[in-house]
Ligand binder design. Structure first.
Ligand code: UDP
Length: 276
């Protein structure tokens, strides 16, 4: 089904119900009945259009990019992203920035030109938020679904443990990241942890300089940067000129969840695109 038609149909039903409620409580003039009749007819028409016809929209090709508010979003699935990142790591050289975006990040990129430029330079922008999947449908360029940052962290750690890739963990409150990495090490004991650091420091501070230097020396294959939007993207931008080979991924609050300090939305909500 076309999700935009489905939403339109739901909105019409919502209006009809509101009108009916109005009819119960106030005396309605003749044109109120006319409006209800028009709404009812529109709802029936919308119902037929939504459920009786197939969507004629051709989904964009896997691996291509669509545009939302002028910002490119990758058409991907968690599996294709894993393969693409594996390819980046196998490259002899190169700095690869992966963004896990939600609607707010794209809205910010549209408003804040500096942040927008950082996103335009990124190697991949993944649709992490359900809002982007909805927006893609509305714009007539439907994408397969979300690629949540948190699932990516888990999948990449599993692959890294198998392949021997080194992984650096930066972000979250002091102690939380250690708990999350301990949890990951219990699941993937061979995971090669290049470094761990909390994310509470200011731009340009001595701690930040130390973290940047640590990353420069260790050159991890993967650097998870979990400082929240836009702090993590700005940090990755500062990392870009000083490190020649890494895949840096901004993953927001993923480690709060992995450490067990924050629950994810129930699976049913995740399935129905209600997890933001
Ligand atoms: N955080 C951090 N340093 C800061 C601010 C935030 O390390 O200066 C961490 C915070 O502890 C949390 C994550 O960044 O783990 C932000 O999570 P949130 O879910 O708010 O980010 P989003 O994914 O929405 O960007």
């Amino acid at each position: 089904l076309s999700r935009s038609r489905l939403v339109f149909f739901s909105a019409l039903i919502f209006f009809c119900m509101n009108f009916l409620e109005l009819f119960i409580f106030v005396k309605v003039p003749w044109y109120g009945y006319l409006a209800l009749a028009v709404l009812f007819a529109a709802s029936v028409f919308s119902f037929v259009r939504t459920f009786a016809s197939r969507s004629s929209v051709q989904p964009p090709e896997m691996g291509s990019r669509i545009q939302i508010l002028g910002i490119p979003i990758d058409v991907c699935t968690p599996a294709t992203v894993l393969e693409k990142i594996s390819g980046f790591i196998r490259e002899p050289d190169g700095f690869f920035h992966i963004v896990t975006a939600d609607s707010l990040a794209i809205f910010r990129a549209n408003r804040d030109k500096g942040f927008g430029r950082i996103l335009h330079r990124a190697s991949m922008i993944l649709p992490d938020g359900a809002g982007l999947v909805w927006a893609a449908d509305f714009l007539g360029t439907p994408i397969p679904g979300r690629t949540p940052g948190i699932a990516l962290v888990s999948d990449l750690c599993e692959r890294a443990a198998k392949e021997g890739w080194s992984v650096y963990f930066l972000g979250s409150k002091p102690g939380v990241m250690q708990e999350a990495v301990d949890m990951l090490l219990r699941r993937f004991p061979t995971l090669n942890v290049a470094g761990i650091h909390h994310g509470y420091f200011h731009e340009g501070s001595e701690i930040e300089e130390q973290v940047l230097e640590d990353l420069r020396q260790k050159k991890p294959d993967i650097a998870f940067i979990a400082l929240g939007v836009p702090k993590q993207e700005l940090f990755i931008q500062r990392l870009r000129p000083i490190i020649s080979k890494t895949v840096a991924i901004g993953v927001g609050g993923s480690f709060d969840v992995i450490s067990g300090n924050l629950p994810r939305a129930p699976v049913l909500m995740q399935k129905f695109a209600l997890e933001w």
